[in-house]
Design a protein around this ligand. Structure first.
Ligand SMILES: NC(=O)c1ccc[n+]([C@@H]2O[C@H](COP(=O)([O-])OP(=O)(O)OC[C@H]3O[C@@H](n4cnc5c(N)ncnc54)[C@H](OP(=O)(O)O)[C@@H]3O)[C@@H](O)[C@H]2O)c1
Length: 304
């Protein structure tokens, strides 16, 4: 695998369905080389082939199988991508799920938190060098308006899943996405790096297909009120491609506009604490650590 110098290189996680599939398609239509990550047992390979055929370019989308709820699998695919891609222009951290019932990952973390927050955190650190090779690197995380329901995030409970509540776990993970983008912009080791979180709207995707009693009603509401995945992907694609880069760096967006996040997404102390703890939870390799904003090397560009 090698990147073409003239084509933008984009990584999209969770590109086998819904919003991620449409993100991959939009970038492929732009002429980008798209690297899609989703689970080995899913439809990722088939969808990558179908999207490449649709845009009329063999290999426009390449599928990389990995269960991103596993930190070991995330690390493995991240190392492979970092080794093979000399440059990454946009890192679209989109894979995510709502899980009706508690499940622990192989590393012992609550699965929603591992998939929706810890995996993108780890992936980002491994791809920092490749992002630094881009003239306009962007990190875009698909968060959710559900972050407003997070209240105060209990980080220990979020990570362990103790006294699990599915919506609370999901809201905490999506607030973590907003805080991650803020702190990434503050710590960015490359001055050109932009980091954003966005709400795609209520989208009629496969989201929520994981079961649970209330799921029938949820899916009915999706059919009645949901927007399409194409509409859901629009702001993410815009954040990754718009020039000049949307402001504020580190901000939260919806429908191509900056939006003030709800209180759980504005807590700067929580953002710094989440970052610090996440470094320990993912057992981050010391050489991949991003400097704290007050340390030399941080670009200090976040929304205030
Ligand atoms: N739909 C909404 O209304 C809505 C609203 C706000 C935010 N969001 C956010 O939007 C993002 C995309 O969701 P969507 O609506 O497009 O749902 P979706 O259709 O269910 O897509 C989720 C994607 O994530 C991948 N994924 C799930 N678990 C994975 C794992 N363990 N490892 C690797 N990939 C995994 C899935 O691929 P495989 O199953 O093939 O692995 C799929 O490609 C999520 O972060 C979600 O929180 C959605």
């Amino acid at each position: 695998m090698s990147t073409s110098p003239e084509r933008p290189t984009v990584i999209v996680t969770g590109a086998s369905s819904g919003i991620g599939r449409e993100l991959a398609r939009a970038f492929a239509l732009d002429g980008a080389e798209v690297h899609a990550v989703s689970r080995p047992e899913g439809r990722g390979a088939e969808v990558a082939r179908a999207t490449s055929a649709e845009v009329g370019r063999a290999g426009a989308v390449t599928h990389h199988p990995a269960d991103l709820a596993s930190l070991a699998a995330t690390r493995e695919v991240a190392r492979r991508l970092a080794r093979d891609l000399p440059r990454v222009d946009a890192l679209m951290l989109n894979a995510g799920a709502y899980l009706a019932r508690f499940r622990a990952t192989e590393e012992g973390f609550e699965r929603t938190f591992a998939l929706n927050h810890l995996s993108p955190f780890l992936l980002t650190h491994h791809l920092t060098g490749a992002l630094g090779a881009s003239a306009a690197p962007r990190i875009v995380v698909t968060s959710s308006g559900a972050h407003a329901m997070a209240g105060t995030i209990d980080l220990e409970r979020a990570a362990s899943g103790e006294r699990y509540g599915a919506w609370r776990a999901y809201a905490w993970s999506k607030a973590a996405n907003v805080l991650f983008a803020r702190e990434a912009a503050r710590r960015a080791p490359h001055p050109r790096l932009r980091a954003y979180a966005y709400h795609p709207g209520f989208v009629a995707s496969r989201f929520g297909a994981g079961g649970g009693v209330s799921q029938a009603a949820f899916r009915f509401a999706q059919r009645l009120f949901g927007r399409t995945s194409v509409q859901g992907a629009d702001t993410g694609h815009w954040l990754a491609t718009e020039s000049p880069a949307p402001e504020p760096n580190g901000g939260y967006f919806q429908d191509r506009g900056a939006k003030r996040p709800a209180a759980p997404g504005r807590n700067l102390a929580a953002a710094a604490e989440l970052w610090r703890r996440s470094e320990a939870w993912v057992a981050l390799e010391p050489e991949l650590r991003w400097p704290r904003p007050e340390e030399p090397g941080a670009a200090a560009g976040a929304a205030s």
